[in-house]
Write a protein that binds this ligand. Structure first.
Ligand code: FES
Length: 105
């Protein structure tokens, strides 16, 4: 687990983009849990951290594809995004990065 941010850095019901190493990660805080996905939508690069958080999903702000916050699986169409494990200890949020997606050309 790597320190990612403070709890207060992510308002409830929203997401925030951070950089961990060479990765851009979107961290989401819902009423029930914390989640982290790669920050870039696999469709055309939309900023997932700016998407609408609804239940356990985020809606990309560009073309409204939906992704499961826990798994990164697509809930509409197309590819999913890597999901990362999140733990909160006190005021600190930690993320364990998943392997980057590797696509065969
Ligand atoms: S860029 Fe995310 S749905 Fe198109």
């Amino acid at each position: 687990m790597t320190y990612a941010c403070q709890v207060d850095d992510v308002p409830p019901g929203e997401g925030r983009a951070i950089t961990l190493g060479d990765r851009r990660i979107a961290i989401f805080r819902t009423a029930a849990a914390w989640y982290a996905l790669d920050a870039v939508c696999p469709h055309l690069g939309g900023p997932l951290a700016d998407g609408i958080v609804c239940d356990r999903a985020v809606i990309c702000p560009l073309h409204e594809r939906r992704f499961d916050l826990a798994t990164g699986a697509p809930l509409t169409t197309g590819d999913g995004v890597p999901a990362h494990a999140v733990e909160v200890h006190g005021d600190h949020v930690y993320v364990a990065l998943a392997e980057p997606e590797r696509r065969v050309a």
